[in-house]
Write a protein that binds this ligand. Sequence first.
Ligand code: FAD
Length: 637
Amino acid sequence: MQLDSKSPTGPIEKRWEDHRFHLKLVNPANKRKYTILVVGTGLAGGSAAATLAELGYNVKCFCFQDSPRRAHSIAAQGGINAAKNYHNDGDSVYRLFYDTVKGGDFRSRESNVYRLATLSLNIIDQCVAQGVPFAREYSGYLDNRSFGGAQVSRTFYARGQTGQQLLLGAYQALERQIGAGAVTMFPRTEMLDLIVVDGKARGIVTRNLLTGKMESHMGDAVVLGTGGYGNVFYLSTNAKGCNATAIWRAHKRGALFANPCFTQIHPTCIPVSGDYQSKLTLMSESLRNDGRVWVPLKKGDKRAASQIPEAERDYFLERKYPSFGNLVPRDVASRNAKQVCDEGRGVGETGLAVYLDFRDAIERLGKHVIKERYGNLFDMYQRITGEDPYQEPMRIYPAIHYTMGGLWVDYNLMSNIPGLYVIGEANFSDHGANRLGASALMQGLADGYFVLPNTIGDYLASNKFEKVAASHAAVREAESHVTEITRRLLEAKGTRSVDSYHRELGKIMWENCGMARNAWGLKQALAEIPPLREQFWRDVKVLGSGEELNQSLEKAGRVADFFELAELMCLDALERNESCGGHFREEYQTPEGEAARDDAHYSYAAAWEFGGAGQAPVLHKEPLTFEYVHPAQRSYK
Ligand SMILES: Cc1cc2nc3c(=O)[nH]c(=O)nc-3n(C[C@H](O)[C@H](O)[C@H](O)COP(=O)(O)OP(=O)(O)OC[C@H]3O[C@@H](n4cnc5c(N)ncnc54)[C@H](O)[C@@H]3O)c2cc1C
């Protein structure tokens, strides 16, 4: 299979404009003749559905929550990047582009990243026009703070609720179109299969989560904005409902899955506290603007933080990376936290934590300033741990947070299945092997508000679409496939809960395909996952029936998909014999313990094709070339 990324050439700052000019347009009067199915109402799907409807298309939009505004994007805390340079501190579109390509450890496409950096400016204007209440400074300008991997302040924020405020903006735009009749909204509706007719994506099969009713919806194009798959690890900072079902089932219909092993581990999360925990909580990266990360110098030092004098503390990020200090990118901060804990210098009962200390910032700025900046995060920490972070340092540890991998898309955000578009965290995105903080919201909104609405018209104007009847063989086949999965899950009537299998799978993944990986562990995981998956299908206990609200059934279907995806992730990690970004193979590191890339052999996006049930997947490679930011060992020292 030949992968055509459709990446434009020529001067990088002109590529998107030129490309856009050459895309075919749909006459405004013809737009309402096209139906576009948008699955997902997070920042990516919500902004796309609203914008497509605003343009005049007929949109059907789906989410599994009870309201579009409950999409996981609402959880985003810290902020959204944009190269506005309001602080006049040296920022520019080019610098954001440079930081993002470097931050992703040279595993993303230059053309995409430059477009993202350019559109970051439009996003802020769009959101301000919608009334998103970004924080402002004394002069009235929008305020900025810093995030990892950058030496400028370019992160726009709304206290610790940036995702919520941005989502309310997109949601209002969506609701307006629902009110106008341009969008038909299907909440509590889960997409369970993709319908492909004559090689083109033409519809989806859904289940109404309240009644269990199976339905097929037809359209001229399908857009997946269904989020990331971090919950394959069971414990993550993602909302419990986040899952891979939509993209995985599209993968099984032929969509390539790119870089599945590229997962992000966030350094600042509340540590795991026990075996029966089901969720991890993020403490936003924004806290590293003012919080200092440290551990005791001595191994096994069990004194309270306040009893450890300054000279006996190791501010290890500031010591090792004086230029970026506590604001090194997430992959670097996470690995270093793991390293000091592995050395026996971790804090707290388990020894699997490091301190994030605000003592100096409180002394310098006053408690009221810290409260103003991070009050809701401090409250959340106190409620969960029972400790007061104004009085003693937070304890934090890395946790699974984001997935850079996802369905492969070209520059137009179209997968290799014509008519299937993938946006936001669900695609393999612009972040390479490591996403910089505050850039997921930027990417989701760039995709939804600006990129897709331009590119999808080219596809619609270039193709003819016959009506697909409900009786079409492809529709009937997809429907019976979904019915069969549901039947098998309900009829297993085994002995173990869905969660118990999910927890066991997550443990295998965290231990072998988590923060550090090696060939031995990955092979071990690849040996353990298939028998556990078979046992799951034989022995899972799904309560209730298929004709009612049944969360046990919903979870079972998602976990079944996680089992298959997990195997592909391990295979991809095993195949990539290098370390890059969040993919840290212990065999490949520099003498200082940093990730050692192998550009000669692995400068490509790995795009996996589903090989058929029980067959090995097939690897396709999209070579990556760098004309502007030349690959070098990343240094944050
Ligand atoms: C705790 C936390 C804090 C974060 N903070 C930041 C931050 O400060 N800055 C930043 O840039 N990034 C942040 N991120 C990352 C960012 O929030 C996400 O990457 C982003 O919001 C994903 O948006 P999305 O639209 O792609 O998907 P989501 O918001 O996850 O939306 C997915 C949508 O798809 C729907 N869906 C999924 N599957 C199906 C299906 N099968 N059928 C029907 N509907 C389906 C869901 O109902 C939902 O509407 C954070 C992430 C977490 C976990």
